[in-house]
Write a new protein. Structure first.
Ligand code: FES
Length: 121
């Protein structure tokens, strides 16, 4: 059954600001993920570039470019839309793997699904 997992307080995510990292199990493997806020909406993706499956942040939790309009991959400069994860420029093809988020009572939650689970210790 799909679950809603607490991620962070809403005020931890500023528009075009630093991301909040979290870990998930995607298709049976532990992966890093990150949540951001863009134009008021929260979004989350696996921290895995579509070009080569590497983590993308160039400083810890820093994914936005200087304009605050695009997400960047540090390795070869792929550029992604913050709202869809679609690659718009650079060597990537396709889009980041999106994780469903919701916001309620000033908190942000991420949602599990059939291939996206929490890490069980
Ligand atoms: S690994 Fe991200 S652009 Fe090459």
């Amino acid at each position: 059954m799909d679950e809603k997992i607490f991620l962070c307080p809403s005020n931890a995510l500023d528009n075009s600001g630093l991301a909040v990292p979290f870990d998930v199990v995607y298709e049976g493997r532990t992966c890093s993920a990150f949540a951001i806020r863009y134009e008021g909406e929260v979004h989350a993706y696996l921290n895995r570039c579509v070009h080569i499956p590497m983590e993308m942040d160039y400083q810890p939790n820093k994914f936005f470019d200087t304009t605050g309009q695009w997400l960047l991959c540090a390795t070869h400069g792929a550029v992604y839309s913050p709202s869809s994860g679609q690659c718009v420029e650079g060597p990537c093809r396709g889009q980041l793997i999106k994780i469903t988020l919701s916001e309620a009572d000033s908190n942000v939650y991420w949602h599990t699904n059939y291939n996206l689970k929490t890490i069980d210790f």
